[in-house]
Design a protein around this ligand. Structure first.
Ligand code: SAM
Length: 179
């Protein structure tokens, strides 16, 4: 499954948005997210609690901000393909029609997705194999990630988890039942 690298996390300002990134990633089938920024054990704990209740495992790793560069360089040496989500990139609606996209979907273990925070280092645009945009308008990393994963991960909306303590019984009439 794809790995996500979030570049930038400020403990006070970004705690909600980064935790939403992790929740969206987990819900849509991602198993690993690396956050380059301020270490946030509360965030890690809250995501672990979600996995404990709702199943599966989610590996959330914090590294120092400057680690974003050696991580990407290692990925490139290993031949991993890097997709950077940015409003400046090629529109997803174009990229997803390419043979490249179709091939990448078949090998998600070999794909890393990069999301920025406050300011994205210019070098990230060069390291990325593809800079991809969701609409070419400025919006949110959470919105970008959700839409991208929905398009990229096969059956993302049907992701299920092992050993859940809680599980929803879907109902059109609303909150009916869960165990
Ligand atoms: N101004 C920042 C920059 O230097 O790119 C972007 C800040 S934005 C709030 C944070 C992140 O959201 C971006 O780095 C990008 O990953 C994501 N993002 C925002 N709009 C996007 C779009 N239209 N398509 C894809 N990703 C987007």
């Amino acid at each position: 499954m794809v790995t996500i690298l979030r570049i930038g996390h400020r403990y006070n300002r970004d705690k909600r948005i980064t935790s939403h990134l992790a929740l969206v990633a987990r819900a849509l089938g991602v198993r690993k997210m690396i956050i380059a920024g301020e270490k946030d054990l509360k965030l890690k704990d809250s995501i672990n609690k979600v996995s404990d209740s709702w199943g599966g495992g989610f590996n959330l790793e914090f590294v120092l901000y400057d680690e974003w560069k050696p991580i990407i360089e290692k990925w490139k040496i290993k031949g991993m393909k890097i997709i950077h989500l940015t409003m400046y990139g090629e529109n997803l609606s174009t990229f997803e029609k390419s043979d490249t996209f179709v091939e990448l979907r078949k090998q998600p273990n070999n794909v890393a997705i990069i999301l920025g925070g406050e300011k994205v280092p210019g070098k990230v645009f060069q390291y990325a194999n593809w800079n991809v945009s969701i609409t070419n308008q400025p919006h949110s990393e959470v919105g970008s990630l959700a839409i991208f994963l929905d398009h990229f991960i096969v059956n993302a909306l049907k992701t299920s988890f092992s050993n859940p303590k809680k599980q929803i019984i879907p109902s059109l009439e609303g909150k009916k039942n869960y165990r």
